[in-house]
Write a protein that binds this ligand. Structure first.
Ligand code: UDP
Length: 194
């Protein structure tokens, strides 16, 4: 089921299979799910930061977001079917959410980028339920923002606080939620904001 690259267990899946067999059923069943998408830079970061490594190892699924990981797996004789990029998973989840009535919280990036990303998501995915949004420049020790996300009762939480910070935020807060698919999305709001 997984392929281990530098102590990180990558889930052995294609994008379509991951969505169909994991994400969509978890949304339908209101199961909690912490997804990490990791590229080689990310894996190297876990080597240098043991606390971060523990956070990544606590995720339900780590996806290979980079050909570097796919190539490393192939050299080890344990091929992964394809690269599964975080931003593509985010787009597919937004599409599925809009079509099935799941709500999404957008946490992270600058206020301007966050606002534009949400506006573009609503345009690209008509009917999308936005549970809420907030920029990513807050003190994580201040629980007010997390309270707000919890109270919005989202089905999906995209966290764009940059590598490490976003995964730590999810790991620190996921126990407070009854349901939700949580994923760190790095610079994806900056892309979605156009
Ligand atoms: N970001 C944020 N709060 C922070 C630091 C970064 O919201 O304290 C956002 C930043 O605006 C960007 C995203 O996180 O939209 C990814 O940042 P960056 O590319 O620096 O992170 P990386 O994932 O490359 O480490």
């Amino acid at each position: 089921k997984t392929v281990t690259v530098m102590d990180i267990d990558f889930f052995n899946t294609s994008m379509n299979s991951f969505l169909r067999h994991i994400v969509y059923p978890d949304l339908a069943n209101e199961s909690k799910n912490f997804i990490v998408t990791a590229n080689p830079e990310f894996v190297i970061e876990t080597r240098d930061h043991p606390e971060f490594k523990k956070v990544v190892q606590s995720a339900d699924y780590v996806l290979a977001d980079g050909v570097g990981i796919v190539n490393a797996a192939m050299l080890m004789g344990r091929p992964l079917p394809e690269r599964v990029s975080g931003i593509d998973v985010m787009y597919r989840m937004l599409d599925h959410a809009a079509k099935n009535g799941y709500s999404v919280f957008f946490l992270g990036a600058s206020e301007d980028s966050n606002k534009k990303a949400v506006a573009n998501a609503e345009k690209l995915y008509p009917g999308l339920k936005v549970a809420g949004r907030h920029d990513g420049y807050f003190d994580p020790a201040d629980t007010e923002i997390a309270d707000m996300v919890v109270e919005s009762d989202p089905d999906i939480v995209f966290v764009a606080l940059g590598m490490q910070r976003q995964e730590k935020w999810i790991a620190d807060n996921i126990d407070r939620f009854d349901k939700g698919v949580f994923m760190g999305v790095g610079g994806s709001f900056d892309v979605l904001s156009g």
